[in-house]
Design a protein around this ligand. Structure first.
Ligand code: SF4
Ligand code: SF4
Ligand code: SF4
Length: 300
């Protein structure tokens, strides 16, 4: 199927009818292998919309820019992005009736940076892999919420054991486990790209931006970095929708999905079975946002 043509057709119809004020989609970037988020505000803009193998970004995150407005918004979502929409609806960040959701049954995407490296001529050892890492563990390629859907239904494509890396880390002796995280977090430059790309990181005032009081130091020393990742992990528990964007944008390759999958696994075992953002039920909240007398509390 020609996804681009179909999305352009739907976007034209929505903008012509005045059904939406904008359509959030992707356009081709300035360099090869780059496709980037794009907001079409008129029928003329629609010609710029594309959907191709590099439409990797989770566009649901873009809705946060419009959360205080009244505009009606058309938005194109893949399976993982659609779980981000559920995240925002559950978090009361946007109203369902402001959205017209164009779902794309997702055939999988490529990582632009990996693709640029692969075609740079500097990669040794033959064929470099361009597939986005998140797609190797995709449990939901088909949108879970939409007004219109395009493309053929896809099968989940979890390669190998979903929690293999998590179990490997869990099985390390305590001091080795600590060293694993020490090494990973000592590289963090606290650029906050992982926070900015995350649809679940949607607090209006982030604890890490506060200066009075300053909860966490601004230096990139290990203890402050650990504090950042510990707080973020606590805030993601039961809320991360596994879109993989945090890990993709990290400039120093910190294995953030190992942490996120540990959260997914623990929350599901303790409070589930549960997978965040798989279904929107009005008023429903993720497990750690509600209190139940039967919740495990042995640690208190
Ligand atoms: S994680 Fe799934 S839905 Fe998301 S881009 Fe990859 S294949 Fe598509
Ligand atoms: S994107 Fe990477 S380097 Fe930047 S704050 Fe997040 S973990 Fe640290
Ligand atoms: S923590 Fe990472 S994988 Fe989870 S929702 Fe945020 S960006 Fe996506």
């Amino acid at each position: 199927m020609d996804y681009t043509a179909k999305i352009q057709e739907i976007a034209t119809k929505l903008l012509e009818n005045g059904q939406v004020d904008m359509v959030i989609a992707w356009e081709k970037g300035d360099v090869d292998y780059q496709t980037r988020p794009f907001v079409a505000r008129s029928v003329e803009d629609v010609a710029r919309i594309v959907f191709d193998e590099y439409s990797v970004h989770n566009l649901a995150n873009s809705l946060l820019k419009f959360r205080d407005g009244k505009e009606k918004i058309g938005i194109v979502v893949k399976g993982c992005d659609s779980r981000g929409i559920v995240r925002l609806l559950e978090d009361n960040q946007i109203k369902r009736d402001r959205l017209y959701i164009i779902g794309v049954n997702c055939p999988g995407v490529k990582d632009p940076l990996k693709a640029m490296k692969a075609h740079s001529g500097f990669v040794r050892n033959g064929q470099a892999d361009e597939a986005a890492d998140k797609c190797a563990h995709c449990i939901q390629p088909n949108p879970v919420i939409y007004d219109e859907i395009i493309g053929e239904e896809q099968s989940p494509r979890v390669e190998g054991e979903r929690f293999a890396q998590v179990k490997e880390i869990e099985n390390l002796p305590v001091d080795e486990r600590f060293r694993f995280f020490e090494e990973a977090f000592s590289k963090c430059i606290r650029c906050y790209a992982c926070r900015q790309a995350c649809v679940a990181c949607n607090c209006r005032t982030c604890i890490f931006d506060e200066t009075r009081p300053q909860w966490v130091g601004r230096e990139t020393k290990l203890s402050d970095n650990m504090m950042y990742h510990l707080v973020r992990a606590m805030h993601m528990a039961g809320r991360c929708i596994e879109c993989g964007e945090c890990e993709r944008v990290c400039p120093v390759d910190i294995p953030l999905m190992a942490i996120n999958r540990k959260l997914v696994k623990d929350v599901s075992e303790l409070y589930g079975p549960y997978e965040a953002g798989m279904k929107y039920v009005e008023g429903q909240k993720p497990p750690l946002s509600v209190y139940n007398e039967k919740d495990p509390d042995n640690f208190l």
